[in-house]
Design a protein around this ligand. Structure first.
Ligand code: GLA
Length: 393
């Protein structure tokens, strides 16, 4: 769902700043993770959605090898040369674009620089993947500018490599895939081993139900770059390695382990690794169940899986926080709420609430007042509708 006023604003700013109109533009949405937490890098399954908020990237060629990149909301300009694209601590937001440019450079020839401008409406640090939206919008626009065509899945990998090598987060592919493959009223079902992507009807006639999400941003700290995300990933890999040694069939990732197999071997494992594995294996099962529930129009059953997912985050993965737990616990008391859980990396950020659109106003009021009563300030609540994926404009 493209926000026209935001696009018109950035197009005008681009012209004012660079003294010329842009020659290419792209849009990429953020994402909400609905079921399947920390399963992507374990080669498991996720149900997610592209959201109705996103980022625009506008560009034009520069006359030389220099790049000028402007973050329109910050009025900051980063400059660099195509001959030395390296991450920098200064204006770190530019690293995502540099990472993407470097990835595109491996797929085709980049002979000259660009003038680029970014503007979006995804709240930052809320766990809605504003960074993936930036990578994908930059990848599409710059790919168009340089005539470098990459398959959607490779574009997602270029975005992921930017996170790994330019931002220091060893993330999976969830955020990029969701931003690219979103579809209105549908969830994105991804198998992260094969990278098969399917759009599953979620709302409207085909889904047989009316549903949408509320995102409640706790505004609690949400920094994946500080090492906790990478540490969780390492524990999952440790668990998979152990299980590969004791199970009789090949185990490449936690995706290959069943709940029963894990239970049989958990007592022999490092306790922390066993708990992390329980979360991932449980989440993979919940995603598959959830997909079936959606096909059977059992949206309330689907919601219960979201609550279970959050419980597992609390007890097994330990990636929740007090504020998120409060939001999820409160949401259980609010009429019309069918499910709630943390969304994304965790350790802060947002909780996603599954709700019938008719109950949005009352639920928002109830959650706001409960949150203010508890913490003395509001949490940021937004209605999220599964929306179309990224595109060149
Ligand atoms: C972050 C990462 C994703 C994924 C989620 C957790 O959003 O970027 O790759 O691992 O956390 O599911």
């Amino acid at each position: 769902m493209i926000n026209k006023p935001v696009f018109e604003k950035v197009a005008k700013k681009f012209a004012d700043h660079f003294g010329k109109t842009h020659s290419v533009a792209a849009y990429a949405p953020g994402r909400v993770e609905v079921l399947g937490n920390h399963t992507d890098y374990n080669e498991g399954y996720v149900l997610s959605a592209a959201i109705n908020m996103g980022t625009f990237f506008l560009a034009a060629p520069s006359p030389d090898t220099k790049c000028r990149l402007v973050a329109a909301d910050r009025d900051e300009e980063a400059t660099f040369d195509i001959s030395s694209i390296t991450p920098s601590t200064d204006m770190s937001w530019a690293n995502y674009v540099k990472g993407v440019l470097s990835g595109l450079g491996k797929k085709g020839e980049i002979k000259n620089g660009f003038h680029g401008m970014i503007l979006g409406n995804i709240p930052l640090g809320a766990g809605l993947s504003s960074s993936a939206a930036l990578e994908i919008s930059a990848g599409l626009a710059l790919g168009e500018l340089y005539g470098i065509r990459v398959h959607k899945k490779n574009l997602a990998k270029i975005g992921q490599a930017a996170e790994h090598n330019f931002a220091g987060v060893k993330c999976g592919l969830l955020d990029q895939i969701s931003s690219i493959y979103g579809r209105k009223n549908h969830l994105v079902m991804t198998d992260f081993r094969t990278l098969d992507v399917e759009n599953v009807p979620f709302a409207g006639k085909k889904a047989g139900a009316e549903a949408c999400f509320l995102m409640c941003n706790s505004n609690a700290k949400h920094t994946l770059a500080d090492g906790v995300y990478n540490e969780r990933r390492a524990k999952c890999e440790e668990a998979a390695k152990f299980l590969a040694g004791v199970l009789k069939h090949p185990v490449k990732a936690l995706r290959d382990v069943s709940w029963e197999e894990l239970q049989q071997n958990a007592s022999k494992m490092d306790t922390v690794a066993a708990k992390r594995a329980a979360h991932v294996v449980g989440e993979c099962t919940r995603v598959l169940k959830g997909k079936d529930f959606l096909a059977q129009h059992k949206i309330e059953e689907f919601g219960k899986l979201m609550f279970e997912s959050h419980e597992s985050s609390i007890n097994n993965f330990e990636n929740s926080c007090e504020e998120l737990d409060f939001i999820v616990a409160e949401s259980r008391k609010i009429p019309g709420v069918m499910g709630a859980r943390l969304s994304g990396g965790g350790f802060g950020g947002s909780a996603v609430i599954l709700i019938n659109p008719r109950d949005v106003d009352t639920a928002t009021k109830a959650m706001s007042s409960a949150y203010i009563k508890k913490y003395g300030h509001a949490c940021d609540i937004r209605v999220i509708k599964p929306s179309a994926g990224a595109k060149v404009l």
